[in-house]
Design a binder for this molecule. Structure first.
Ligand code: DGT
Ligand code: CA
Ligand code: CA
Ligand code: ZN
Length: 575
């Protein structure tokens, strides 16, 4: 069982216990355990199997959680969770998010009307069923209708890329307001989390009322949730929330540090401050002795005051950043400008919308020095995947235009070759051998059992023609979970055979995730950040991959395509 799957079970336990109003300490124990396990870069299952290891010696995992983990790993489920799930269906939790409805009424509605989805609830409102129920009435029914959109959207967090679009649009709007002196985004958006729950903006301004008025005048605002003296929250579009806080110039750094989070990171900074006889909060760093202000204007000063170097927001999850700070070994995180090549893209030969030449020209425009054309192989019939003959035709065309691009762009002969359901590659080795770059990926049979999927991936890694495994876990954020796979074995094999692993930069994939990336870094497996572009614009997603890589703590050194093609080729040959 993957660590993430175990963590998800404990997170769900915590959520359901919280919903039932259980003891907060019990809830927190599950939350802490979940976080510990999610961030652990060793397999919990492996630790349990090792008679010389004790899982409960890891901070955050007590005796109770150890027992639960054992049950979970050996039986695949947790009786307590099954019981809670029956008691509290998912739809009741979703319904309880409707303003004014609450847990009790949601449960009652669900039972009385046998509601299975928010869609059912909407239909029940339209059919006037709720107003007729005892204790509900017309007003409640209307309130439910009004709040449904929120509950529907609350069930989802938006992709970072969508948050980025909105944040940039709001920034542009706010820049028209003359009274603003300083402004920065905070929260999960600044940390670059793969999804964002809401946006948090911090502003220093002369005239607070004017700034709030201007914020409310944002064209896409639908409502104002609350407007106080220093904080205002609006809703944008159907349901997305944006918070703005107004702070004093002298507190800006402290507020930025505080509201960037994460909460876990802040808890740790508070502890460090306390050990130094200091107190840190959103207003500044203060002496515990006489309450005098020590720092607050900039984030650098705030961190320096508690004896830490400035820490990049992407690292602020209380994973390794404090250890690295103490050792003076904070990584110099990779940047977009470090990327030299893009090794995953499609053209009109399969399901892309741009031709080979158009992709090549777009790559030059983006400052790249090499690209690999990696259209789909024949198994992907829906995308008119290439058989050996058509692939060789494409390569011949690459040969023909290479001289034209000489000195400007190296165009590599590549292929995204499917790993077949029964194992083995979708194209014969004698064809793959002629390629400069072979991505191997799974598009079919994603529901197979863990052993089978792992075997398929190991088979691809052991094939000498394969250079890199594309989107190694197959997940689609908010839409499809990763397939069952033993990532530890996959990584060990990649290391042994000198293969690279992809970080697919598509904002819905971001596959590998940051925990896997950190593990790849530790094992010195080259990571390739690729766009998987299916159009010219598709090449612009590289930035999202960079964010994710930074969250994994990756530097230029850890990423293969920050090197020239010759250096990368050599690196993979000697690995
Ligand atoms: P999100 O919005 O769910 O994607 O995640 P964040 O991290 O942006 O969370 P948010 O918007 O609730 O709060 C922004 C930051 O404020 C959070 O990362 C840490 C900081 N913060 C510190 N203490 C607290 C607290 O007690 N409650 C909340 N909500 N935030 C806190
Ligand atoms: Ca937020
Ligand atoms: Ca917020
Ligand atoms: Zn692809």
């Amino acid at each position: 069982m993957e660590n993430a799957a175990i963590a998800a079970v404990f997170e769900e336990m915590a959520e359901l216990l919280e919903f039932r109003g259980e003891n907060p300490f019990r809830i927190r124990a599950y939350q802490n355990g979940a976080k510990t396990i999610r961030d652990l870069d060793e397999s919990v299952t492996a630790i349990l199997k090792d008679p010389d290891r004790d899982l409960s010696s890891i901070p955050g995992i007590g005796k109770t959680l150890l027992e639960k983990t054992e049950t979970l790993v050996s039986t695949g489920s947790l009786p307590q969770l099954e019981k809670l799930r029956q008691e509290i269906p998912e739809v009741v939790i979703q319904m309880a998010r409707i303003p004014g409805l609450g847990a009790k009424k949601a449960a009652k509605l669900q039972k009385e009307l046998s509601i299975e989805s928010l869609g059912d609830l909407r239909a029940a409102c339209h059919e006037d069923q709720i107003s007729k129920l005892k204790g509900f009435g017309n007003k409640t029914q209307q309130a439910i209708l009004d709040g449904l959109a929120i509950a529907e959207a609350a069930a989802e967090r938006i992709y970072w890329s969508q948050g980025d679009q909105l944040a940039k649009s709001i920034t542009k709007h706010m820049q028209l307001c003359e009274t603003i002196n300083r402004m920065s985004w905070a929260g999960s958006y600044r940390r670059g989390r793969e999804t964002v729950g809401d946006l948090d903006l911090l502003v220093v301004a002369e005239n607070r009322d004017a700034v709030m008025d201007h914020f409310e005048a944002y064209p896409e605002r639908s409502t104002t949730i609350l407007r106080g003296d220093t904080k205002i929250s609006i809703r944008v579009g159907k349901a997305f929330q944006v918070d703005m806080r107004l702070v004093d110039e002298g507190q800006f750094g402290a507020a930025l540090q505080y509201f960037t989070g994460s909460q876990a990171h802040n808890i740790h900074t508070r502890r460090i401050a306390k050990e130094k006889g200091l107190k840190i909060n959103e207003y500044g760093v203060f002496s515990l002795e006489d309450d005098s202000l020590v720092a607050g204007t900039t984030e650098e000063e705030v961190y320096a005051a508690i004896g830490l170097p400035w820490i990049a927001p992407e690292l602020r999850e209380d994973r390794n950043e404090f250890k690295w700070s103490a050792e003076n070994s904070l990584p110099e995180l990779v940047e977009l400008a470090d990327i030299c090549g893009d090794l995953h893209m499609h053209t009109t030969a399969t399901d892309g919308t741009a031709t080979l030449r158009e992709m090549a020209d777009a790559a030059i425009e983006r400052g790249l020095t090499y690209i690999a054309i990696t259209d789909h192989s024949q198994r992907v019939s829906m995308a008119r995947g290439l058989d050996a003959t058509r692939l060789r035709e494409q390569w011949q065309m690459i040969d023909e235009i290479r001289s034209e691009y000489e000195g400007r762009l190296t165009i590599l002969k590549g292929i995204e070759c499917d790993i077949l359901e029964a194992g083995g590659m979708d194209l014969p080795d004698d064809c793959l051998e002629e390629a400069d770059w072979v991505l191997a990926s799974i598009h079919y049979g994603q529901k197979q059992p863990r052993d089978q999927i792992t075997e398929r991936l190991l088979g691809a890694i052991e094939n000498p023609c394969v250079t890199c495994i594309a989107h190694p876990t197959g997940r689609l954020i908010n839409r499809r979970p990763p397939y069952e796979v033993d990532m530890e074995s996959v990584m060990q094999a990649a290391k042994q055979h000198g293969k690279a692993l992809e970080l697919n930069a598509n904002p819905a994939r971001l596959d590998l995730n940051e925990v896997h990336l950190a593990a790849a870094k530790r094992l010195c497996i080259p990571v390739i950040i690729s766009t998987d572009a299916h159009s010219v614009e598709g090449m612009d997603v590289m930035q999202y991959g960079i964010k994710q890589a930074r969250r994994g703590g990756l530097t230029c050194q850890d990423i293969g395509n920050t090197r020239s093609w010759n250096d990368l080729k050599e690196m993979l040959q000697t690995a």
